[in-house]
Design a protein around this ligand. Sequence first.
Ligand code: FAD
Ligand code: UDP
Length: 406
Amino acid sequence: MSIRLRDFSDVSIEDYDAVVVGSGFAGAVCAHELAERGGKRVLVLEKRPHIAGNMYDEYDEAGILVHRYGPHIFHTGNQEVFNYVRQFTGWIAYQHHVLADWYGTYMPVPFNKNSMDIAFGEEKAQGLIQKMVDKFGDERKVTITELRESDDPELAEVADFVYENVFLYYTQKQWGLTPDEVDPSVTARVPVFISRDDRYFQDAYQGMPAAGYTELFNAMLDSDNIDICLSTDAVSVFDLEFKDDSEDAALECIKIKDREFTGPIIYTGPLDELFLGRFGRLPYRSLDFVYETYDEEYKLPCATVNFTVTEDYTRITEFKRLTAQRSDKTTIMKEYSRAYEDPDAQIPYYAIINDENNAHYERYRDLTRTLPNFYPLGRLAEYRYYNMDKIIELALKLSREILASE
Ligand code: FAD
Ligand code: UDP
């Protein structure tokens, strides 16, 4: 069995009950559920020449399995979601560790008790750790925003250290903003952890698909009820009809191949692109990835090293440490964050969450509310900072709602 690829020019739209735009987790989970649980005939439109969205991985020239759109580590507290992804492929147990390169010294991130020993020396750290435990409790997570609100001079010293040496430069590189300027939910993703637990995530369920994410997506989209058109941009094949000619006129219907499509349309691309940026482009951050292969077994001490005080890239990831692959070569990848300026040449990876941008997004979202069969879903279409597990949870919920409503 394998996925069923079709050329869009050969497709008869009346053969389908649902259209899904995008084949990342948002699109692929919906396509699978509608097709396999609901018996719907689903057409997936994907503008890239491959499936799997940002999770896409492939073997490079050195034979190393690499992620093409940033390193993806699966972690969730939601057992249903973990069981769901596990049905498609074997999984390997994996716990992610990140070290900050602090002027050549490695320090665990999230900043924790072990990092404090390195930053302040064990003797001084002992007193500071006790202060942290007294104030916040042991084995607790504290955001840098909360820690900086402390007026105790010793806790303020810890807060200043973490702010200056873990968050400031990394955040400036990643967002072009200081930690004070980004939404607090962004830095809260990586809280200070009053613990000796050096793992990046503490979720109950963590792992990596044994044969890679692309194989997982191949299994998820392998259905007699799913046809997939690659290299097909929905924006160019959708014909949008509006209630009137005004700028704020809401969507009345979407035509595909000259026919109004009345079945569910699940859209997982950027909403501003769908409307050709009529209210101005939504701001995103993009990334450039630079790969290097070495004739060495390993290059890094752990899977990811964050450069929090030096270098113009944010982090380096060594894929073999994520995938447990054995080879006498290794491939690493450096991530450079960029402003998103050219939709034709760049990929929008991160929505820049703030009140102004959220309101800007809502203008686009309002255009779609009048069309009951149109469902925006995912990191791009909802302009949110979602991890994979959240998207899967939302996609399962949406597909159930769609099937229940029919
Ligand atoms: P995507 O995966 O982006 O899929 C959207 C798909 O829609 C793409 O294939 C795109 O080509 C397609 N598309 C867009 N517009 C159109 C159009 N007009 N026509 C046709 N197709 C279109 N999450 C984790 O849980 N763990 C991690 O370790 C992790 N690491 C990450 C690292 C990076 C660098 C980034 C950027 C994200 C990371 N994430 C991680 C988040 C994860 O990538 C997202 O949660 C996930 O990709 C969301 O799935 P999605 O389907 O919404 O979007
Ligand atoms: N962050 C930081 N230093 C680090 C790690 C994270 O400043 O060493 C901040 C930075 O603003 C980053 C955010 O925390 O964008 C979220 O980090 P995460 O690792 O979750 O980012 P992602 O993997 O989603 O790119």
